[in-house]
Design a binder for this molecule. Structure first.
Ligand code: MTE
Ligand code: MO
Length: 534
């Protein structure tokens, strides 16, 4: 900062040489860890896709997170939760790396101990993943060994370039030698970090190249529906700017799951097993599934983490085969009351057996809005169950259905404080005007959506500033399993106003104004927005 000469200058004082050493030691730690991480990414790309230390540690953190953390992360970052987690891991790793560098410089071998400890956590994370193989140990072990070796080498370099203790004893020749060593240290550090970054990029390219699932999906064409869905009625959709489209395009469909790296399943290797309390275990592969008479249905999927007014909900036309038919082949025993569906990555959901055997459109879906399921939405096969939140029904990348009892098995989120059953709650949302919008006085169109999957919506009312409830006009329903658009023409007068919406379901149940948090079984309350009228 105020140093008269740059540190690499031959005439630098001992004090100036000593000052920056802590930072340089931290830098050595960062470079060493970068080299280790990078080579581990490369190794993962070559032999163990999915076992990258960053991803396995991230996955472990996701699995360890209690319900309130999930809720907090989703409320802060929404569907950007995974990017937020990766940034968090990178920051923690950087802090630990810098700490390891300083410790190794001041008190060897404690810096290496930090690295070995972190490496063992990554190793444990890699080997406890669902479907882990012994090869998955290679990337974390490599990261640990490389980081420890590079750290030792760099801190030795740094010590060689250390200034003599007393300023008085620094001869120009000694100072010049120290400065040269310091430049060498910086060069080695730069090379280590550079190798790490290049190796990480190489690893990314390799995993991208080996993505058989992407290629298979790109070549795959959906078979036609044997039972086409009822067409979406023209009257199901008001043409209003800013109103949520009645069918959510795939690219805009919310995504919520615990999968830090999207499972990539080769459909030719995919099977679904039905096991547990059944008379007859069933196993079906992808070709067999596609050869069955597939049915089309429109179902609105909602996340239990959707707060009142939130956007973790979407509506799609799904193509799939009724789960009820496959369960009929398996013949569940009389005592069974639940199906635990399991995905390829080990995630589970508990669905009441009845919701899968009654006449609703509970399907094993292969198509979404005319396309094969997108990878993030469960390719090649997922479950879609009308009327239940996703966490208890909508298993993506599904590979097993275990017929069981609620008393016997507990699903992923139920072991983390969420309810074991999750029927979707009656709710409604204002889409236009937007929160805090300014509109012109006169007739203002207020519009939004309302849903009560598998029951249906019979009325929607809008209230201005706590006054009377005004009946909104409902668009045509597609079915009881989908959301419904509504609109109301508001004679708006100048000033600030609050608009609230309230839906009534087909059973006459009126949406409650009582506030409930999203945990443990879904939010309640009325969506309210502020608008100023000029
Ligand atoms: N395998 C797997 N399936 C899963 C999940 C998951 O974490 N893993 N999350 C569920 C949750 S909580 C929801 S809300 C829906 C979301 O489905 P979408 O991402 O296709 O919108 O998927 C469900 N299926
Ligand atoms: Mo969810």
């Amino acid at each position: 900062m105020s140093s008269p000469l740059p540190p690499s200058s031959a005439g630098v004082s001992a004090a100036a040489l000593g000052r920056g050493t802590t930072w340089l030691a931290a830098l050595a730690g960062l470079a060493a860890v970068l080299a280790g991480f990078g080579l581990a990414e490369l190794a993962a790309g070559l032999i163990a896709p999915g076992a990258s230390p960053v991803l396995v540690v991230g996955a472990l953190l996701i699995d360890l997170a209690p319900a309130w953390v999930k809720e907090l992360v989703i409320s802060l970052f929404g569907t950007g939760d995974k990017v937020a987690l990766l940034v968090f891991i990178a920051l923690v790793a950087a802090v630990l790396a810098a700490l390891a560098g300083i410790l190794e410089y001041r008190r060897p071998p404690f810096g290496r101990f930090v690295i070995v400890a972190a490496g063992l956590v990554a190793l444990a994370a890699a080997l406890t993943r669902a479907g882990a193989s012994p090869f998955d140990a290679v990337p974390p072990v490599l990261a640990m060994v490389v980081a420890a070796l590079v750290l030792t080498m760099l801190t030795n370099r740094l010590r060689a370039g250390r200034a003599p203790a007393a300023a008085a004893s620094v001869t120009p020749a000694a100072a010049a030698r120290a400065a040269l060593d310091r430049r060498r240290f910086l060069a080695y550090t730069g090379v280590s970090a550079g190798v790490g970054v290049l190796a990480a990029i190489g690893g990314q390219l390799l995993t991208a190249g080996s993505r058989a699932a992407d290629a298979a999906r790109a070549l795959f064409t959906l078979p036609p529906a044997a039972v086409p869905g009822a067409p979406v009625p023209a009257g199901a959709s008001f043409e209003i700017d800013g109103l949520t489209p009645i069918i959510t395009p795939n690219a805009e469909f919310y995504r919520i799951d615990t999968a830090l790296s999207v499972p990539r399943i080769d459909p030719s290797a995919w099977t679904l097993k039905i096991t547990g309390l059944v008379e007859n275990e069933v196993e079906i592969d992808f070709a067999e599934l596609l050869a069955l008479p597939l049915e089309e249905s429109t179902t609105t999927l909602a996340c239990v983490s959707n707060y009142v007014g939130g956007d973790l909900i979407g509506n799609a036309v799904w193509l799939g085969y009724p789960i009820r038919e496959l369960l009929a082949r398996a013949r569940p025993l009389a005592e069974a009351d639940m199906v635990l569906s399991r995905s390829q990555d080990g995630w589970t959901a508990s669905t009441p057996l009845e919701a899968l055997t009654d006449d609703r459109n509970s399907i094993l879906a292969v198509g979404m809005n005319g396309d094969p399921l997108p990878l993030e939405h469960g390719y090649p096969v997922r479950m879609v169950v009308p009327g239940l939140y996703g966490y208890v029904s909508a298993t993506k990348w599904v590979t097993e259905l275990v017929v069981t009892r609620f008393g016997q098995e507990t699903a992923y989120w139920s072991t983390r404080g969420w309810s074991e059953k999750g029927p979707v709650k009656l709710s409604s949302r204002v889409d236009v005007p937007r929160e805090n919008a300014t509109v012109a006085a006169g007739t203002v169109t207020v519009a939004g959506v309302a849903w009560s999957q598998h029951v249906g919506i019979s009325a929607v009312d809008v209230q201005v500033d706590g006054g009377n409830w005004n009946a909104a006009t409902l668009a045509d329903a597609i079915s009881v399993d989908t959301w419904r658009q509504w609109r109301w023409d508001w004679p708006a007068t100048g000033g600030s106003h609050t608009l609230r919406v309230r839906a009534t379901d087909a059973n006459g149940l009126v949406q409650t104004s009582k506030l409930a948090d999203v945990a443990p079984d879904g939010a309640t309350g009325l969506h309210e927005i502020s608008v100023s009228v000029s």
